[in-house]
Ligand binder design. Sequence first.
Ligand SMILES: [Zn+2]
Length: 249
Amino acid sequence: MSFDSHPFVPPLTRSGMIAVNPASEELFARVFCRLKLESRVPRFRVAFRPFAGLRSSIALRDGRADVRLADVLKDAPPLVVEALAEILLARAHGRRPSREARECYLAHVSKPEIRRRIHRARRTRGRDHLLPPKGLHFDLAAIFRRVNLQFFRNQLPAARIGWSPKPLRSVYGHYDPSRKMITISRSLDSADVPERIVEFMVFHEMLHMRFPVERRGARRVIHSKRFREAEARFPEFNSIRKALRGLLD
Ligand SMILES: [Zn+2]
């Protein structure tokens, strides 16, 4: 039984920008000429961004064109990027993109593999946004400090901690080692939830900082034996676990 989840997401750059892509910039300029939109070709800057989903956009001003492409399209074939370039450029000029372009783009993004990737991006990136630790009823930063002092002799390094923007589904917490970030489900920030329970969830996620994932052959052991032993030393562990299970049901 687990009250939390542990996905491994690829790290992003701090600004959220993935990379600028010169080949795509040429491609956009080429499509711009082919569509005969204006006599002067703007300077294109194309970047992939970790949008949660598929939104791509273009902003044209002062001879410059800033293009943001959803990074789920990062390894899309040039033909698909070209189709998307036509769609974005035509729309920005109040024109209708050709049916070929629309169909080509649509065929690509409806592929099961791409749908899966979009779904995954939505799920994991939602977690990048944390609400501040001070909630309506509990202050997670204060709890983190208290738990660190009481159970870890103040030895754990600082981590980002906050509430999830929406109640997490079927779990109460989450630790992301690549971002050193603890998320506690907003559903626990309630007058009906005893503070002990929130403390325990913060403690549980902090144990993930203390005992990182172990490898046993090809298997990843997230809650190792040492982890479970340390966890069971939390005061009233059994009754808290029962209460959490009750909340999940
Ligand atoms: Zn856990």
